[in-house]
Write a protein that binds this ligand. Structure first.
Ligand code: SF4
Length: 332
């Protein structure tokens, strides 16, 4: 681990000012620390200054505002998962949080930092391998290497790393947004615009400007959110990243046809993948497994697979089919 200076911020404003005025290379905010400290030990992250947010008050809460669910960015994953308001409003959010990491990690990690966690690509985490995300222009070791768990959706010739957060997939299904504060003031960013695919610049992972800090997450009211679920398939049933996952919400009309459906895919893409085409195809339909499979077909037309990971197209489809069946049960 490299030397760094440390600042404990007492407010979001103090944290942003500390970042903006830092003379050290690569200043970095610290919340739960469950991802950053790991990467510092591996010399993947080498911040010259740590700005600790854990004493910042007023960013640890769950509440309702104008009918929307609002979660403070420094709320622990486990506290959000256990909050009755979240479970009543959107079970998929709770299930996504509980499917991530371990109980010990969920007791430490904060929901804002969770959105900004970096990929689990083994080449990214091993400094002896070329990696465009860690060192732009050095190459992508995964393209011709071990890529069973890499992205089949949204990749580029420069990076095929999977975006890892389960929580972000559920937030994507329900059109969440994040409140941000930074050197130039406050703004709101849709979750769809927050996390970006690698393209030619895989080192750029979000649309946050340097020094911007997520302060809260807003999830709008949605009838489909109340009958929702998050399904995840991995090599183990716990403490493993997704090979495929799906957040699904469903609202049926009085005749039993689909009034509203939300589908987001995880573990398959370089970003949380909203299945817009499938949703459009299913509105008004009477749901069965065959109609869901047919609706998903266009989503995977753009999939770029290898011999190692082609099986995850079918896995992704069947994960959604299972999630839709569970949501339907709840919506009926
Ligand atoms: Fe690096 Fe992305 Fe390639 Fe992994 S997939 S080695 S993160 S460039």
């Amino acid at each position: 681990m490299r030397p760094f200076t440390y600042t404990r911020a007492r407010s979001a404003h103090e944290a942003v000012t500390a970042f903006a005025t830092s003379t050290a290379d690569r200043p970095h905010y610290l919340s739960g620390g469950t991802a950053l400290i790991d990467l510092m030990k591996l010399s993947v992250e080498t911040p010259g200054r740590i700005i600790d947010l854990t004493d910042v008050p007023d960013l640890d809460f769950v509440r309702e505002e104008d009918g929307d669910l609002i979660v403070g960015a420094l709320t622990r994953m486990s506290d959000v998962a256990n909050h009755p308001l979240v479970g009543a409003r959107c079970p998929a959010l709770v299930e996504s949080l509980r499917s991530g990491a371990s109980q010990q990690l969920r007791n430490m990690a904060r929901v804002g930092g969770n959105l900004l966690q970096r990929t689990r690509c083994g080449y990214f985490r091993s400094v002896e391998f070329p990696c465009n995300k860690r060192q732009p222009g050095s190459g992508c070791s995964a393209l011709g290497g071990l890529n069973r768990g890499h992205a089949i959706l949204g990749g580029s010739d420069h990076c095929i790393a999977v975006y890892p957060s389960d929580w972000a997939v559920a937030l994507t299904a329900f059109d969440a947004s994040v409140a941000v504060v930074g050197p130039n003031g406050t703004r709101s960013v849709s979750i769809h615009d927050l996390i970006v695919p690698p393209g030619d610049t895989p080192d750029r992972e979000t649309t946050l400007a340097p020094g911007e800090l997520i302060t809260a997450i807003r999830v709008p009211t949605s009838p489909a959110a109340r009958s929702s679920t998050y399904r995840k398939v991995g090599d183990r049933s716990s403490y493993a990243f997704a090979l495929a996952s799906a957040a699904v919400g469903l609202h049926l009309d009085a005749a039993g046809a689909v009034g509203e459906v939300r589908i987001a895919l995880g573990g398959l893409g370089t970003v949380p993948w909203r299945a817009w085409d499938a949703e459009r195809a299913l509105v008004g339909a009477r749901l069965d497994d065959a109609s869901v499979r047919a609706a998903l077909e266009p989503e995977f037309r753009s999939a770029r697979t290898t011999a190692q990971n082609a099986f995850r197209v079918g896995l992704g489809v069947e994960t959604v089919v299972e999630a839709v069946a569970i949501a339907k049960e709840s919506a009926s």
